[in-house]
Design a protein around this ligand. Structure first.
Ligand code: HEC
Length: 261
């Protein structure tokens, strides 16, 4: 008895603490940055899927723009076949990049064209070099960025389209920083990476800032969870199975009780 009262009291304290954390967390987020507006992503919802054409354009944006500063360490060149590219296309995509390999029999490192089995090459040797080239702030790896931020896809889109040339009155921007409406604290060390017409899409889509931000977000949502579609398909199967099982259980119950009434 006393144990159950005690455990109930502990339960209540834990619940209170959890609620305080949740409220505290959202207040902190609200204080730091504006909540990004939600966008209509094709991958939202139970039947959501990645828009592969958009993700392919996002790969182009990553390669032509973001890759000069950001690594994508969890990706291998062969992974792009999952976006609808053929094995040959993945091979020639990989071959554009210079990969450091070795040591060879003489103990030396050497460079060679990339292979599908290589990871995406990183723009910098290490984090110190990355920070040194970017005013002291290392550009983070983007592989899991969409998962690492709250409302990751909406946040990324808002961040990329949320720069303001002129900060609001009274806001001082320090050297090497840019005003961004959605970055926590509003001062980001990344210059606006996207603008209208910055790339020429190989599929002919016109590359407005918003289009480019959508496409790179689609691509990075995929790198953060390439198996999302399988997971959702499994969820639907499990749900259908449970539904059929429930139907059988009800039918069985009716049959059993019919005899007893
Ligand atoms: C010239 C270098 C450079 C380029 C190009 C660049 N970035 Fe960045 N990026 C940075 C730096 C530096 C930071 C760290 C900013 C900070 O912490 O203030 C950063 C931070 C970020 C962040 C993290 C924001 C956060 O919430 O912490 C994201 C996301 C991001 N970049 C996405 C991109 C995307 C997508 C592209 C390509 C469209 C891109 N960046 C191109 C330098 C770059």
């Amino acid at each position: 008895m006393s144990i159950s009262i005690k455990s109930r009291a502990i339960g209540r304290t834990l619940l209170g603490a959890a609620m305080a954390l949740m409220i505290g967390g959202s207040a902190a987020q609200a204080a730091e940055g504006i909540v990004p507006p939600s966008q209509d992503w094709s991958f939202n919802g139970v039947f959501g899927k990645f828009d592969k054409a958009s993700a392919q354009r996002g790969l182009q944006i990553y390669t032509e723009i973001c890759a000069s500063c950001h690594s994508l360490n969890l990706m291998y060149y062969r992974n792009i076949t999952e976006l609808g590219y053929t094995e040959d296309q993945a091979k020639s995509f990989a071959a554009q990049f210079e990969v450091t390999d070795g040591p060879n029999d003489d103990g030396d490192y050497f460079t060679r064209p990339g292979l599908p089995s290589d990871r995406f090459v990183s723009p910098f040797e290490n984090e110190k070099a990355a920070a040194a080239s970017n005013g002291g702030k290392a550009p983070p790896d983007l592989s899991l960025m969409v998962k690492a931020r709250m409302n990751g896809a909406d946040y990324l889109y808002a961040l990329l389209t949320g720069y303001k040339d002129v900060p609001p009155a009274g806001v001082e921007i320090s050297d090497g920083a840019y005003y961004n409406e959605y970055f926590p604290g509003h001062q980001i060390a990344m210059a606006p990476p996207l603008s209208d017409g910055m790339v020429e899409y190989s599929d002919g889509t016109s590359a407005s800032l918003e289009q480019a931000a959508k496409d790179i977000t689609m691509f990075l949502a995929w790198t953060a969870e390439p198996e999302m579609e399988d997971r959702k398909a499994m969820g639907v199967k499990v749900f259908l199975f449970l539904l059929v099982f429930l139907g059988l259980a009800i039918a069985n119950k009716k049959r059993l009780w019919a005899k007893l009434h």
